[in-house]
Design a binder for this molecule. Structure first.
Ligand code: ZN
Length: 251
């Protein structure tokens, strides 16, 4: 009787640990569900903003992205970098590896370094799993605890798919995640052999010089990311930090 009680207690404790562990360590959304959620959001997004019909330009950004990926820590994602038809200056990453650049951004960037810097920032969002983290942190209350059990069906949740297709585009992933994506972007840019001062930093400075740090609807990057001047300054601090750690470029 006593032994049975002990065994049942152990079993119960094990179950509690099993249920709680994913929430407190790696989160409760699996990589498979995360990728599936990203794929569904990407399909919805592209229905509204179709990829630009310019195979050469699409291939060019794809090649830059492929040259960057070996220098990142990202694993398990099939990256797809696409230019979409849209006049505003913006870029976005969806969970699982979908990266979008607007035609407006392509008109604005002046160098390959700037483009690489923006793509690296977006890769930073994907491999730090910001989409998944936002869902786990902010949306559990909204969608109800049932998703803890039903996480596999999460990727088909229409509200959630729409959230990624629309909300992230406008608001970004929040200031802390944007700064983290900048950090990863600078780090990866330097590891890839690009000059980060001519990359993300210069891109931010030029945005700032345009005087558009108020959300205007024209330049959504301003609305969806922290203030450009502040970011450029912080990017310089990151570059110095990584230089002091011994990271050198070009290789
Ligand atoms: Zn971002």
């Amino acid at each position: 009787m006593r032994l049975e009680y002990i065994l049942r207690t152990i079993a119960l404790i094990s179950l509690v640990i099993m249920l709680q562990a994913p929430v407190f360590s790696g989160g409760f959304i699996s990589k498979k569900t995360e990728i599936s959620l990203g794929n569904n959001a990407a399909a919805e997004f592209e229905a509204e903003h179709p990829p630009l019909d310019n195979p050469e330009l699409q291939a060019m950004v794809g090649e830059i992205a492929q040259s960057l990926l070996p220098h990142t820590e990202t694993t398990g994602y099939q990256y797809q970098v696409k230019i979409v038809e849209w006049d505003i200056i913006n870029a976005m990453a969806l969970p699982g590896g979908h990266v979008y650049l607007t035609s407006g951004l392509m008109d604005f960037v002046e160098t390959e370094e700037e483009l690489a810097g923006v793509i690296e920032h977006e890769i930073g969002h994907v491999d730090r799993r910001h989409g998944k983290k936002i869902v786990e942190r902010d949306m559990v209350g909204t969608l109800g605890l049932s998703i803890l059990i039903d996480a596999a069906d999460l990727s088909n949740d229409q509200a959630l798919v729409g959230f990624f297709g629309k909300q992230i585009w406008v608001s970004g992933y929040g200031r802390d995640n944007e700064y983290e994506a900048d950090r990863m972007g600078v780090y990866y840019t330097m590891k890839s052999g690009y000059d980060p001062r001519r990359g993300l930093k210069r891109f931010m400075q030029r945005l700032d010089e345009m005087g558009g740090d108020e959300p205007s609807g024209i330049d959504a990057w301003f609305a969806s990311h922290p203030k450009s001047e502040k970011r450029a300054n912080r990017i310089e601090e990151l570059i110095v930090e990584f230089e002091q750690e011994g990271l050198r470029y070009p290789k």
